[in-house]
Design a protein around this ligand. Structure first.
Ligand code: ZN
Length: 485
């Protein structure tokens, strides 16, 4: 998935949009760079990489050919995966070796898309009215193309980074049984081992009415979990009701879940996030954030801040009822009542821990709380694995990032945040490779179409990404920023 923006725009726009400078006029890249990046983008969109009928291998091979043609040594290009359709591509760009490598990961697979649902053919790249259309234009073939073009351009100009750069284009982030990052870590860790990584499957520049308001870096993720609440009962004739009723038990349980708030808890990332926000917000919110960050935190301030849904989701695990099913006839007592509860769990806690929390909150042995796995199967226990702890933000990453954001999107704060979804970064982070979700793609949250119909990317967003990444990589690897927009 492409992780949603933190939706800071709505929150921050009031306080800082007025301070945001007009976006500098961005010259488009030179003709050769443009042709290269656009050609790759088009090629990737035109190759169907859905799990059902697509081929990751076709996309990997197309990119492989480009690196071969550009003169990358065959020994620095690896194509491999668990089966014929799910081959991942790993390319190593040799540096001086003064530091350990940087890894860049991008998933090549896309979410299913039906021609009949779309205005245009989802698997045919199309430029129209200032947008590029096609499945994957936002999630995330835009950034796959940008990274491939970046590697090729740096190579062409003979740039020598002070460390190896590794690009891994991979399978099955959106689903499927052959996740490429997981597979590479298990089978070819040496190929992608790095000091840290970037995953452009999240983070980016939020626009509000065309103006940049925040540059988000997702530095940690919540853990996704579904639970099934189920009550069974012998039932009977509805003319003779009894207190022991499956629907009433379930309704009581749902009401308890509704009113329960998981404990307030900040981690290094969310604490830093609120510290930054407290300097950008004004009035009561700013004061409350400072009281919330104090030791001990002020419960009244937490309560007020919890009314803002984004902040509430940042400071605690959340659980919410999302589906309901009960009864079998209008004139019969219900034999079964069930609900789905969807939870987003803070790093450091497990799905089983939250299942136990739900059992305790519901406090009714008639209500069974099952965990629902990704394949839909319900079970009496949940996985014990905890969400990955947040990464430590390296100054050697964050400082160059802010420096370049200042150039490309003046007066736009870089804000590290916690995503409420999960990406392939969970694998690299778990493997000890701290991963920054950052895309350099600018979007208005209102125009998020990842996974949806008529997915599209503003033409300007693409060109900004094409310009940003080579400069950023140079800044990170000893080359320093060069041309400015
Ligand atoms: Zn994605």
């Amino acid at each position: 998935m492409r992780i949603r923006f933190a939706a800071l725009a709505a929150i921050l726009s009031i306080s800082i949009a007025s301070a945001a400078a007009q976006t500098a006029a961005w010259p488009e890249p030179d003709a050769a760079a443009k042709q290269l990046a656009l050609g790759i983008f088009r090629q990737l969109i035109d190759i169907n990489t859905t799990d059902s009928v697509g081929s990751i291998t076709a996309a990997s091979q197309a990119m492989q050919q480009r690196f071969v043609d550009a003169g990358f040594p065959a020994s620095d290009i690896y194509l491999g995966g668990p089966n014929d359709r799910k081959q991942n591509l790993v390319v190593r760009y040799r540096g001086t070796g003064a530091h350990a490598p940087i890894l860049f990961i991008g998933h090549l697979d896309v979410v299913e898309a039906r021609r009949s649902d779309w205005t245009t053919d989802p698997f045919q790249f199309l430029e129209k009215d200032g947008y590029y259309y096609g499945r994957g234009t936002q999630d995330m073939k835009d950034c796959d193309a940008i990274l491939v073009a970046t590697f090729l351009r740096l190579h062409q100009e003979g740039y020598k980074p002070d460390r190896d750069l590794i690009l891994a284009l991979t399978a099955d982030e959106e689903g499927g049984q052959a996740n490429g990052v997981d597979w590479l870590l298990r089978n070819h860790r040496d190929l992608i081992n790095a000091e840290f990584a970037f995953n452009p499957d999240g983070g980016g520049v939020e626009l509000n009415e065309g103006k940049p308001v925040a540059a988000d870096v997702d530095a940690t993720e919540k853990l996704y979990a579904d639970y099934q609440l189920i009550v069974t009962n012998p039932g009977g004739h509805s003319s003779l009701p009894v207190p022991d009723n499956a629907i009433y038990h379930l309704a009581d349980a749902l009401e308890k879940v509704q009113h329960y708030k998981f404990p307030f808890e900040l981690n290094a990332i969310t604490r830093a996030y609120f510290e930054k926000l407290s300097t950008l917000e004004k009035g009561q919110s700013a004061a409350d954030m400072k009281r919330m960050l104090a030791n001990p935190p002020d419960p009244a301030a937490i309560r007020r801040l919890s009314e803002e849904r984004e902040w509430n989701a940042t400071m605690r695990t959340t659980c919410v009822a999302t589906r309901l099913l009960a009864g079998h006839a209008n004139n019969a007592l219900p034999q079964m009542a069930q609900a789905n509860i969807n939870c987003r769990i803070l790093p450091g806690h497990s799905r089983e821990e939250v299942r136990q929390d739900l059992i305790r909150v519901i406090d009714n042995p008639k209500v069974t709380v099952n965990y629902v796995a990704d394949n839909g199967e319900a079970s009496a226990t949940a996985p014990e694995g905890k969400g990955v702890p947040p990464i430590a933000l390296k100054p050697e990453v964050m400082q160059p990032l802010q420096k370049l954001v200042d150039v490309y999107w003046p007066n736009t704060p870089v804000i590290a945040d916690m995503a409420d979804g999960a990406s392939d970064s969970k694998y690299t982070n778990t493997a000890g490779i701290p991963t920054y979700n950052w895309s350099a793609i600018e979007l208005d949250p209102a125009d998020m179409r990842a996974h949806g119909q008529d997915e599209r990317l503003p033409v300007d967003s693409f060109w900004k990404g094409v310009q940003f990444w080579p400069q950023f990589i140079k800044t990170l690897t000893g080359g320093g920023p060069q041309a400015q927009p």
